[in-house]
Design a protein around this ligand. Sequence first.
Ligand code: MG
Length: 390
Amino acid sequence: MKITKIECIPFLVPSRRAGGAPGPGLRYESLLLKMHTDEGIVGIGETGETPLWYTGDSVESVIGFVRQTEKILIGADPFERERLVAQLDRAAKYSNQALAVVDCALHDIVGKKLGVPAYQILGGLSNPKIPLGWVIGSGPHSTPEDAALRAAEAAAEGFRSIKLKVSRRPVEHDIATIRAIRDAVGYDVRLGIDANGGWDYFEALSALRRMEKYDIFMCEQPTPWREIDNLARLRQKVGIPICADESATELSHVLQIIQRDAADILFIKLAKAGGIIQAQKWVAIAKAAGLPVMCGCMAGTGLESAWQAHFLAADEWMGRIEQENLGVLIVNGRLETVKTPVTDDLVKNVPRVEDGCMYPPDGPGLGVELNEDVLAGFMTTGKAPVTVGA
Ligand SMILES: [Mg+2]
Protein backbone atom coordinates (compact mmCIF):
# COMPACT_ATOMS: atom_id res chain seq x y z
CA MET A 1 0.00 0.00 0.00
CA LYS A 2 1.23 3.49 -0.82
CA ILE A 3 0.30 7.02 0.21
CA THR A 4 -0.73 8.89 -2.94
CA LYS A 5 -2.08 12.25 -1.81
CA ILE A 6 -2.48 14.30 1.38
CA GLU A 7 -5.08 17.02 1.87
CA CYS A 8 -4.52 19.62 4.61
CA ILE A 9 -7.82 21.30 5.45
CA PRO A 10 -7.79 24.25 7.91
CA PHE A 11 -10.97 24.51 9.96
CA LEU A 12 -12.34 26.31 13.01
CA VAL A 13 -14.12 24.46 15.82
CA PRO A 14 -16.77 26.58 17.53
CA SER A 15 -16.68 26.39 21.31
CA ARG A 16 -19.99 25.66 23.01
CA ARG A 17 -21.30 26.20 26.48
CA ALA A 18 -22.64 23.44 28.70
CA GLY A 19 -25.45 21.62 26.95
CA GLY A 20 -24.06 22.36 23.49
CA ALA A 21 -25.35 25.96 23.26
CA PRO A 22 -23.22 28.41 21.26
CA GLY A 23 -20.26 29.73 23.27
CA PRO A 24 -18.82 33.21 23.52
CA GLY A 25 -17.58 33.28 19.91
CA LEU A 26 -14.31 31.53 20.63
CA ARG A 27 -13.04 29.31 17.81
CA TYR A 28 -10.25 26.74 17.95
CA GLU A 29 -7.99 26.88 14.92
CA SER A 30 -7.36 23.34 13.78
CA LEU A 31 -6.37 21.26 10.78
CA LEU A 32 -7.86 18.10 9.28
CA LEU A 33 -5.55 15.84 7.33
CA LYS A 34 -6.89 13.36 4.76
CA MET A 35 -4.30 10.81 3.71
CA HIS A 36 -5.21 8.94 0.51
CA THR A 37 -3.75 5.57 -0.56
CA ASP A 38 -3.53 3.62 -3.82
CA GLU A 39 -6.02 1.11 -2.36
CA GLY A 40 -8.75 3.70 -1.89
CA ILE A 41 -8.46 3.76 1.91
CA VAL A 42 -8.42 7.30 3.32
CA GLY A 43 -6.97 7.93 6.78
CA ILE A 44 -8.02 11.03 8.74
CA GLY A 45 -6.14 13.01 11.36
CA GLU A 46 -6.85 16.13 13.39
CA THR A 47 -4.33 18.46 15.03
CA GLY A 48 -6.80 19.78 17.61
CA GLU A 49 -6.26 23.40 18.62
CA THR A 50 -2.89 24.77 17.47
CA PRO A 51 -1.64 27.14 20.21
CA LEU A 52 1.80 28.42 19.23
CA TRP A 53 2.72 29.06 22.89
CA TYR A 54 2.15 25.43 23.88
CA THR A 55 3.19 23.23 20.96
CA GLY A 56 5.19 25.72 18.89
CA ASP A 57 3.04 24.79 15.89
CA SER A 58 0.31 26.57 13.96
CA VAL A 59 -1.99 25.56 11.09
CA GLU A 60 0.51 27.19 8.73
CA SER A 61 3.51 25.33 10.19
CA VAL A 62 1.70 21.99 9.92
CA ILE A 63 0.93 22.68 6.24
CA GLY A 64 4.58 23.70 5.77
CA PHE A 65 5.71 20.43 7.34
CA VAL A 66 3.56 18.33 4.98
CA ARG A 67 4.79 20.31 1.96
CA GLN A 68 8.44 20.07 3.00
CA THR A 69 8.29 16.33 3.74
CA GLU A 70 6.27 15.43 0.62
CA LYS A 71 9.17 13.33 -0.75
CA ILE A 72 9.13 11.19 2.41
CA LEU A 73 5.35 10.84 2.69
CA ILE A 74 4.14 10.37 -0.86
CA GLY A 75 4.82 6.80 -2.01
CA ALA A 76 5.50 5.57 1.55
CA ASP A 77 3.81 2.46 2.94
CA PRO A 78 1.52 3.51 5.86
CA PHE A 79 2.23 0.20 7.60
CA GLU A 80 5.85 1.27 8.10
CA ARG A 81 4.85 3.68 10.87
CA GLU A 82 7.98 3.36 13.00
CA ARG A 83 10.38 3.97 10.10
CA LEU A 84 8.27 6.77 8.67
CA VAL A 85 7.94 8.61 11.99
CA ALA A 86 11.69 8.30 12.63
CA GLN A 87 12.43 9.67 9.16
CA LEU A 88 10.04 12.61 9.62
CA ASP A 89 11.46 13.29 13.09
CA ARG A 90 14.96 13.55 11.59
CA ALA A 91 13.71 15.72 8.73
CA ALA A 92 11.92 18.35 10.84
CA LYS A 93 12.99 19.73 14.22
CA TYR A 94 10.36 20.85 16.79
CA SER A 95 7.39 19.87 14.60
CA ASN A 96 5.67 17.47 16.94
CA GLN A 97 2.10 18.60 16.36
CA ALA A 98 2.61 18.17 12.60
CA LEU A 99 4.18 14.76 13.12
CA ALA A 100 1.26 13.87 15.38
CA VAL A 101 -1.47 14.56 12.83
CA VAL A 102 0.38 12.36 10.31
CA ASP A 103 0.62 9.61 12.96
CA CYS A 104 -3.14 9.91 13.55
CA ALA A 105 -3.99 9.34 9.87
CA LEU A 106 -1.48 6.45 9.58
CA HIS A 107 -3.14 4.57 12.44
CA ASP A 108 -6.56 5.10 10.86
CA ILE A 109 -5.34 3.64 7.54
CA VAL A 110 -3.63 0.58 9.07
CA GLY A 111 -6.62 -0.27 11.26
CA LYS A 112 -9.04 0.16 8.33
CA LYS A 113 -6.92 -2.04 6.06
CA LEU A 114 -6.75 -4.80 8.70
CA GLY A 115 -10.40 -4.32 9.69
CA VAL A 116 -9.56 -3.83 13.37
CA PRO A 117 -9.77 -0.90 15.83
CA ALA A 118 -6.46 0.95 16.20
CA TYR A 119 -6.01 -0.29 19.79
CA GLN A 120 -5.63 -3.82 18.39
CA ILE A 121 -2.46 -2.81 16.53
CA LEU A 122 -1.09 -1.04 19.64
CA GLY A 123 -1.15 -3.89 22.15
CA GLY A 124 -4.83 -4.74 22.42
CA LEU A 125 -7.50 -3.64 24.83
CA SER A 126 -5.61 -3.17 28.11
CA ASN A 127 -8.00 -0.54 29.50
CA PRO A 128 -11.54 -1.12 28.14
CA LYS A 129 -12.76 1.96 29.96
CA ILE A 130 -10.67 5.03 30.59
CA PRO A 131 -11.46 7.00 33.77
CA LEU A 132 -11.28 10.73 33.01
CA GLY A 133 -10.24 13.72 35.09
CA TRP A 134 -12.16 17.00 34.55
CA VAL A 135 -10.43 20.36 34.12
CA ILE A 136 -11.69 23.71 35.39
CA GLY A 137 -10.29 26.90 33.85
CA SER A 138 -9.61 30.18 35.57
CA GLY A 139 -10.88 32.97 33.35
CA PRO A 140 -10.64 36.66 34.27
CA HIS A 141 -14.28 36.70 35.42
CA SER A 142 -14.54 33.28 37.07
CA THR A 143 -15.43 33.15 40.75
CA PRO A 144 -14.74 30.48 43.39
CA GLU A 145 -18.50 29.80 43.42
CA ASP A 146 -18.55 29.13 39.62
CA ALA A 147 -15.61 26.77 39.94
CA ALA A 148 -17.20 24.92 42.86
CA LEU A 149 -20.44 24.52 40.90
CA ARG A 150 -18.61 23.10 37.90
CA ALA A 151 -16.58 20.76 40.13
CA ALA A 152 -19.77 19.50 41.78
CA GLU A 153 -21.36 18.86 38.36
CA ALA A 154 -18.29 16.90 37.21
CA ALA A 155 -18.17 14.87 40.42
CA ALA A 156 -21.90 14.12 40.16
CA GLU A 157 -21.33 12.94 36.59
CA GLY A 158 -18.74 10.41 37.79
CA PHE A 159 -15.40 12.18 37.36
CA ARG A 160 -13.12 11.06 40.21
CA SER A 161 -10.43 13.68 39.62
CA ILE A 162 -10.59 17.42 39.04
CA LYS A 163 -7.83 19.78 37.98
CA LEU A 164 -8.01 23.51 38.53
CA LYS A 165 -6.02 25.99 36.47
CA VAL A 166 -4.15 28.38 38.77
CA SER A 167 -1.55 31.21 38.67
CA ARG A 168 -3.45 33.58 36.35
CA ARG A 169 -5.15 35.29 39.30
CA PRO A 170 -3.75 36.38 42.68
CA VAL A 171 -2.88 33.44 44.92
CA GLU A 172 -5.63 34.44 47.38
CA HIS A 173 -8.17 33.93 44.59
CA ASP A 174 -6.71 30.51 43.75
CA ILE A 175 -6.80 29.45 47.41
CA ALA A 176 -10.39 30.66 47.82
CA THR A 177 -11.31 28.62 44.74
CA ILE A 178 -9.61 25.48 46.05
CA ARG A 179 -11.41 25.91 49.38
CA ALA A 180 -14.78 26.35 47.61
CA ILE A 181 -14.19 23.22 45.49
CA ARG A 182 -13.24 21.19 48.57
CA ASP A 183 -16.38 22.44 50.34
CA ALA A 184 -18.46 21.38 47.33
CA VAL A 185 -17.00 17.95 46.54
CA GLY A 186 -15.29 16.88 49.75
CA TYR A 187 -12.09 14.88 49.84
CA ASP A 188 -13.11 11.71 47.96
CA VAL A 189 -12.42 13.42 44.63
CA ARG A 190 -8.78 13.96 43.74
CA LEU A 191 -7.98 17.63 43.28
CA GLY A 192 -4.95 18.71 41.27
CA ILE A 193 -3.80 22.13 40.05
CA ASP A 194 -2.05 23.32 36.89
CA ALA A 195 -0.08 26.58 36.90
CA ASN A 196 1.04 26.30 33.24
CA GLY A 197 4.42 27.72 34.26
CA GLY A 198 2.81 30.94 35.49
CA TRP A 199 4.65 31.35 38.80
CA ASP A 200 8.30 32.08 39.42
CA TYR A 201 10.11 29.80 41.84
CA PHE A 202 9.47 31.87 44.97
CA GLU A 203 5.79 32.46 44.15
CA ALA A 204 5.36 28.74 43.58
CA LEU A 205 7.05 27.85 46.86
CA SER A 206 4.85 30.24 48.80
CA ALA A 207 1.61 29.28 46.99
CA LEU A 208 2.14 25.54 47.27
CA ARG A 209 2.96 25.73 50.98
CA ARG A 210 -0.34 27.54 51.55
CA MET A 211 -2.25 24.98 49.44
CA GLU A 212 -0.79 21.83 51.00
CA LYS A 213 -3.53 21.52 53.61
CA TYR A 214 -6.21 20.99 50.92
CA ASP A 215 -4.77 17.60 49.92
CA ILE A 216 -3.68 18.63 46.43
CA PHE A 217 -2.71 15.42 44.63
CA MET A 218 -0.36 17.16 42.20
CA CYS A 219 0.74 20.54 40.89
CA GLU A 220 1.41 20.62 37.19
CA GLN A 221 4.15 22.86 35.84
CA PRO A 222 4.42 25.39 38.71
CA THR A 223 7.39 27.23 37.14
CA PRO A 224 8.28 28.13 33.50
CA TRP A 225 9.04 25.29 31.09
CA ARG A 226 12.78 25.79 30.89
CA GLU A 227 13.21 25.60 34.68
CA ILE A 228 13.55 21.87 35.23
CA ASP A 229 15.86 22.46 38.21
CA ASN A 230 13.24 24.63 39.92
CA LEU A 231 10.74 21.77 39.68
CA ALA A 232 13.35 19.63 41.46
CA ARG A 233 13.90 22.29 44.16
CA LEU A 234 10.15 22.59 44.79
CA ARG A 235 9.85 18.82 45.14
CA GLN A 236 12.32 18.97 48.01
CA LYS A 237 10.40 21.71 49.83
CA VAL A 238 6.66 21.12 49.45
CA GLY A 239 4.39 18.19 50.19
CA ILE A 240 2.47 18.43 46.91
CA PRO A 241 3.69 16.06 44.15
CA ILE A 242 5.08 17.89 41.13
CA CYS A 243 4.01 17.12 37.55
CA ALA A 244 6.04 18.13 34.50
CA ASP A 245 4.06 19.21 31.44
CA GLU A 246 5.52 22.09 29.41
CA SER A 247 9.06 21.17 30.58
CA ALA A 248 8.77 17.99 28.54
CA THR A 249 8.44 18.87 24.88
CA GLU A 250 10.89 16.31 23.47
CA LEU A 251 11.63 12.68 24.26
CA SER A 252 15.03 13.61 25.67
CA HIS A 253 13.39 15.98 28.17
CA VAL A 254 11.66 13.02 29.83
CA LEU A 255 15.07 11.55 30.59
CA GLN A 256 16.40 14.92 31.84
CA ILE A 257 13.42 15.35 34.17
CA ILE A 258 13.98 11.91 35.65
CA GLN A 259 17.76 12.30 35.93
CA ARG A 260 17.31 15.62 37.73
CA ASP A 261 14.65 14.15 40.03
CA ALA A 262 12.31 16.94 38.95
CA ALA A 263 8.86 15.32 38.86
CA ASP A 264 6.55 12.77 40.47
CA ILE A 265 4.22 12.61 37.47
CA LEU A 266 4.63 13.24 33.74
CA PHE A 267 1.98 14.97 31.64
CA ILE A 268 1.85 14.35 27.90
CA LYS A 269 -0.44 14.99 24.96
CA LEU A 270 -0.19 13.14 21.67
CA ALA A 271 0.06 16.52 19.91
CA LYS A 272 3.03 17.44 22.14
CA ALA A 273 4.81 14.07 21.92
CA GLY A 274 4.43 13.75 18.13
CA GLY A 275 1.76 11.04 18.00
CA ILE A 276 1.25 7.51 19.27
CA ILE A 277 4.51 6.00 17.99
CA GLN A 278 6.50 8.71 19.78
CA ALA A 279 4.31 8.79 22.91
CA GLN A 280 4.86 5.06 23.46
CA LYS A 281 8.57 5.85 23.90
CA TRP A 282 7.82 8.69 26.37
CA VAL A 283 5.63 6.35 28.39
CA ALA A 284 8.25 3.58 28.39
CA ILE A 285 10.86 5.93 29.87
CA ALA A 286 8.43 7.27 32.49
CA LYS A 287 7.38 3.73 33.39
CA ALA A 288 11.01 2.74 33.91
CA ALA A 289 11.23 5.51 36.52
CA GLY A 290 7.86 4.64 38.05
CA LEU A 291 6.23 7.95 37.02
CA PRO A 292 2.48 7.79 36.31
CA VAL A 293 1.64 9.45 32.99
CA MET A 294 -1.42 11.59 32.47
CA CYS A 295 -2.41 12.37 28.88
CA GLY A 296 -4.27 15.56 28.09
CA CYS A 297 -5.67 16.75 24.79
CA MET A 298 -5.82 19.80 22.64
CA ALA A 299 -9.29 21.33 22.27
CA GLY A 300 -10.30 18.92 19.53
CA THR A 301 -13.34 17.14 18.11
CA GLY A 302 -14.38 13.50 18.37
CA LEU A 303 -11.63 12.64 15.88
CA GLU A 304 -8.78 13.72 18.16
CA SER A 305 -10.53 12.15 21.18
CA ALA A 306 -10.93 8.83 19.36
CA TRP A 307 -7.25 8.73 18.37
CA GLN A 308 -6.18 9.36 21.96
CA ALA A 309 -8.73 6.85 23.29
CA HIS A 310 -7.09 4.07 21.25
CA PHE A 311 -3.68 4.96 22.66
CA LEU A 312 -4.99 5.17 26.24
CA ALA A 313 -6.92 1.91 25.91
CA ALA A 314 -3.95 -0.04 24.58
CA ASP A 315 -1.21 1.01 27.00
CA GLU A 316 -1.40 -0.73 30.36
CA TRP A 317 0.63 1.98 32.11
CA MET A 318 -1.94 4.63 31.07
CA GLY A 319 -4.59 2.79 33.07
CA ARG A 320 -2.90 3.74 36.37
CA ILE A 321 -4.34 7.24 36.68
CA GLU A 322 -7.24 9.35 35.38
CA GLN A 323 -6.73 10.75 31.90
CA GLU A 324 -7.76 14.10 30.43
CA ASN A 325 -9.02 13.11 27.01
CA LEU A 326 -11.71 15.79 27.13
CA GLY A 327 -11.60 17.49 23.69
CA VAL A 328 -14.91 16.14 22.41
CA LEU A 329 -16.59 17.16 25.68
CA ILE A 330 -15.02 20.62 25.76
CA VAL A 331 -15.83 21.62 22.18
CA ASN A 332 -19.36 20.20 22.44
CA GLY A 333 -20.11 21.62 25.90
CA ARG A 334 -20.89 18.31 27.61
CA LEU A 335 -19.82 16.06 30.47
CA GLU A 336 -20.95 12.88 28.68
CA THR A 337 -22.08 11.76 25.22
CA VAL A 338 -24.84 9.22 25.94
CA LYS A 339 -27.74 11.08 27.60
CA THR A 340 -27.15 14.09 25.32
CA PRO A 341 -25.79 12.63 22.06
CA VAL A 342 -23.50 14.79 19.94
CA THR A 343 -24.91 15.18 16.42
CA ASP A 344 -22.91 18.07 14.96
CA ASP A 345 -19.30 17.13 15.60
CA LEU A 346 -16.63 16.79 12.90
CA VAL A 347 -17.24 13.03 13.14
CA LYS A 348 -20.62 11.28 13.09
CA ASN A 349 -19.92 8.82 15.90
CA VAL A 350 -17.99 10.50 18.70
CA PRO A 351 -16.46 8.26 21.40
CA ARG A 352 -18.79 7.16 24.18
CA VAL A 353 -18.27 9.00 27.46
CA GLU A 354 -20.41 7.90 30.38
CA ASP A 355 -20.05 8.08 34.19
CA GLY A 356 -16.72 9.91 33.83
CA CYS A 357 -15.18 7.22 31.62
CA MET A 358 -14.34 7.15 27.90
CA TYR A 359 -14.63 4.01 25.80
CA PRO A 360 -12.50 3.55 22.67
CA PRO A 361 -14.53 3.17 19.46
CA ASP A 362 -14.55 -0.41 18.19
CA GLY A 363 -14.89 0.19 14.43
CA PRO A 364 -11.92 -0.29 12.08
CA GLY A 365 -9.06 2.22 12.31
CA LEU A 366 -9.95 5.12 14.60
CA GLY A 367 -13.57 3.97 14.35
CA VAL A 368 -15.01 7.38 13.54
CA GLU A 369 -16.57 8.64 10.33
CA LEU A 370 -16.05 12.15 9.03
CA ASN A 371 -19.14 14.37 8.97
CA GLU A 372 -18.57 16.15 5.64
CA ASP A 373 -21.62 18.43 6.08
CA VAL A 374 -20.32 19.68 9.43
CA LEU A 375 -16.81 20.09 8.02
CA ALA A 376 -18.23 22.32 5.26
CA GLY A 377 -19.58 24.64 7.97
CA PHE A 378 -16.29 24.65 9.93
CA MET A 379 -13.99 25.63 7.02
CA THR A 380 -11.70 28.58 7.79
CA THR A 381 -12.48 31.65 5.71
CA GLY A 382 -9.36 32.85 3.94
CA LYS A 383 -7.35 29.66 4.49
CA ALA A 384 -7.67 27.37 1.49
CA PRO A 385 -7.01 23.62 1.75
CA VAL A 386 -3.61 22.52 0.44
CA THR A 387 -3.01 19.20 -1.33
CA VAL A 388 0.33 17.48 -1.88
CA GLY A 389 0.89 14.45 -4.11
CA ALA A 390 -1.14 13.28 -7.10
MG1 MG B 1 -0.70 21.38 31.78
